[in-house]
Design a protein around this ligand. Structure first.
Ligand code: HEM
Ligand SMILES: *[C@@H]1O[C@H](CO)[C@@H](O)[C@H](O)[C@H]1NC(C)=O
Ligand SMILES: *[C@@H]1O[C@H](CO)[C@@H](O)[C@H](O)[C@H]1NC(C)=O
Ligand SMILES: *[C@@H]1O[C@H](CO)[C@@H](O)[C@H](O)[C@H]1NC(C)=O
Ligand SMILES: *[C@@H]1O[C@H](CO)[C@@H](O)[C@H](O)[C@H]1NC(C)=O
Ligand SMILES: *[C@@H]1O[C@H](CO)[C@@H](O)[C@H](O)[C@H]1NC(C)=O
Ligand SMILES: *[C@@H]1O[C@H](CO)[C@@H](O)[C@H](O)[C@H]1NC(C)=O
Ligand SMILES: *[C@@H]1O[C@H](CO)[C@@H](O)[C@H](O)[C@H]1NC(C)=O
Length: 536
């Protein structure tokens, strides 16, 4: 009883305090589906790659299998393997236990969402959760903080021709009991099926214009989460190729589902709610099976009121603030939302935000978005006095104060992008630009003496692992002072594109009193205007 009460409390009180760049990014990828292009690949649920619904395959099924195969290398005995993104390596993809191109397809999409805050393994976990939740499944608790492996794991994914004892041993190594094995296979195999190309001995050519890759599906609703995998199995009508395949050696689902005398499968067939809750728990455990030493975050729940993309930039003697505010779980975009803020000179200020849209795209829950812009939006920013700047935001929603229980929403205006940045070359392949950065001027006001200011490029090394490449911006020899508050530091960067479609973007970073800060901006090189005197 006590334990239940405690759990109930946890579920309602563990929202984190904004800003927390890693949690902000994970929360956004988990909940703001309309912000991330991968989510459109699940609409509709039978979509495969970006444009096909007639292949017999689906992104949703690929992404779920991808997560299981990433995890299935886990070894309970020494804590090695597990969800660590190692399925992205060609070495793992080329093993017989990982037959098919589903892993390559999945990595291509979900890799795009990874960065310094979101590991590839976290992106894989979120992809699987989104596939399940969007396509009829239960809510799944998500924790972040998976760490990407630098090398392939030892093999360990079960294969259909192995016998029951091997499968029981394999799931035990992964941390699951024989009953949990039955459940987890039944939960995974509500999606997708077996394809002919990687499994020609299991699947014949089906000659169906709506199933061009010849996939025999595990149940009749193979892009929808439901207990049909169990009802069809128990009623004896199943077409599951791993149950009724002509070669009994590869009928692994038949051996697994029947291994407890059908007790588990019958309970799932009789009770769709039990099936869904069991799957929600086991999927979460599967995704949270990580190498020893990896510390996952608390379960990430959506912030009720969340600033997003908050960014300062300096335009001469105007300090511009751009950003958005998300109000979770509402369809009402007509509230009066004010940004109230404290500044560096003791002022109390407010600005009424522009109602942008109500987004019904979130997995289940609608959200209303308000833009840091006037109504009607004559600009896409709030103009500030650079001397006063801004230290803490609060919001008032129809007069109700939202300030994270009194702490407010802290912002950092000490080192900002300057809009005097410009391209020094008009070439489309040999890109060159001058980036101007404006540290708050310590000669005017006490405060800021950055030891370093630099551009940050969020990228991947050859492994591939996420890395941030820093390009130092030297202090100016002759201070350029656009206004009384800031001075300008600048650096010229030059990049030769190997792929003309690559987009080069930088964040602004600085080290102040030994602490690194970043604006998390995405200052795109080709979006900069040409410098004076440069012709296109
Ligand atoms: C003994 C354990 C298991 C065996 C032998 C097994 C075997 C297979 C095989 C042979 C395929 C066909 C793959 C293809 O043609 O691309 C498949 C597909 C799939 N498996 Fe499993 N599986 C097992 C457990 C699991 C588990 C635990 C999950 C997830 C929780 C899972 C999720 C999936 C999904 C979603 C697909 C469909 C992929 C698609 O249609 O693209 N499997 N499985
Ligand atoms: C393919 O699916 C469409 C839409 O569900 C259906 O109208 C058509 O008859 C199907 N074609 C074949 C060959 O099964
Ligand atoms: C059945 O599958 C096993 C394992 O893939 C294979 O060795 C065997 O030759 C197959 N039997 C037939 C009759 O195809
Ligand atoms: C489990 O159910 C299936 C389908 O009804 C049946 O064919 C099989 O014999 C059952 N197995 C056991 C061990 O009861
Ligand atoms: C959304 O808000 C309603 C009340 O307005 C509440 O009943 C519901 O539980 C909330 N849903 C979520 C997912 O927070
Ligand atoms: C939305 O909120 C506004 C402001 O509180 C209120 O006047 C309006 O009635 C609400 N609309 C709906 C549909 O609840
Ligand atoms: C907003 O600021 C104006 C002055 O600019 C002030 O009159 C008004 O009371 C303020 N509103 C709130 C909610 O603080
Ligand atoms: C880009 O290519 C040009 C011409 O080949 C070369 O002069 C320049 O050094 C290269 N720049 C970089 C950053 O590699």
């Amino acid at each position: 009883m006590l334990a239940l009460v405690f759990l109930g409390l946890l579920a309602t009180t563990d929202a984190y305090i904004w800003p927390s760049p890693k949690l902000d990014a994970l929360e956004s990828l988990r909940f703001d589906l309309d912000r991330h292009s991968f989510a459109s690949l699940l609409k509709p649920c039978d979509l495969f790659i970006s444009d096909g619904s007639n292949s017999g395959r689906s992104n949703a099924a690929d992404w779920i299998r991808n997560a299981y195969h990433d995890m299935a290398t886990y070894n309970n005995a020494d804590g090695s393997g597990g969800m660590d993104g190692s399925i992205r390596f060609a070495e793992e993809q080329s093993r017989a236990e990982n037959a098919g191109d589903g892993f390559k397809n999945t990595a291509k999409v979900l890799f795009q969402e990874a960065n310094r805050y979101i590991s590839v393994a976290d992106a894989f976990a979120i992809g699987a959760i989104m596939a399940i939740e969007n396509c009829g499944g239960p809510d799944i608790a998500f924790r972040g903080g998976r760490v990407d492996a630098a090398v392939a794991n030892s093999p360990g994914v079960p294969e259909p021709e192995q016998d029951l004892d091997s499968h029981i041993a394999s799931f035990a190594r992964q941390g699951f009991t024989p009953t949990e094995m039955i459940s987890l296979v039944a939960c995974g195999h509500t999606f997708g099926g077996v394809q002919r190309d990687p499994f020609p001995d299991i699947v014949p050519e089906v000659n169906d214009a709506n199933n061009t890759e010849s996939v025999l599906h595990f149940d009749t609703t193979n892009v929808h989460f439901d207990n049909n995998v169990a009802t069809e199995y128990i009623s004896g009508t199943t077409q599951n190729p791993l149950v009724v395949g002509f070669n009994d050696t590869t009928n692994s689902d038949k051996r697994i589902f029947g291994s407890d005398g059908n007790v588990t499968m019958r309970s799932f067939a009789n009770d769709p709610t039990l099936y869904a809750s069991t799957c929600a728990e086991l999927f979460a455990r599967m995704l949270d099976t990580v190498p020893k030493g990896v510390q996952l975050t608390e379960v990430i729940v959506p912030l009720p009121v969340k600033p997003d993309g908050v960014l300062f930039s300096l335009d001469g003697d105007t300090l511009k603030l751009s950003g958005q505010l998300r109000i979770w779980n509402t369809t009402n975009g007509s509230r009066t939302v004010r940004l109230l803020w404290d500044d560096r000179v003791g002022g109390a200020n407010n600005f009424t935000l522009f109602s942008l849209k109500v987004n019904n795209n979130a997995p289940r829950t609608p959200a209303a978005w308000y833009l840091f812009a006037p109504t009607p939006p004559r600009t896409s920013f709030i103009p500030l006095d650079p001397v006063a700047g801004m230290t803490t935001m609060r919001f008032s929603v129809d007069g109700m104060l939202e300030d994270q229980g009194g702490v407010g929403f802290a912002v950092d205006d000490r080192v900002v992008f300057s809009e005097s940045s410009c391209r020094t070359s008009a070439s489309s392949t040999n890109l060159a630009a001058r980036y101007d950065v404006a540290p708050f001027n310590s000669q005017v006001r006490n405060g800021v003496n950055p030891t370093r200011v630099y551009l940050e490029e969020d990228t991947f090394n050859d492994v591939p692992l996420s890395v941030v490449i820093e390009t130092d911006i030297p202090p100016p020899t002759q201070p350029i002072v656009p206004n009384p508050a800031y001075k300008i530091w600048s650096v010229e960067v030059s990049v030769n594109l190997t792929n003309p479609n690559d987009i080069i973007k930088y964040s602004i970073g600085a080290e102040i009193n030994g602490v690194k800060i970043t604006d998390n901006g995405k200052h795109i090189l080709t979006d900069l205007p040409l410098c004076p005197g440069v012709s296109s």
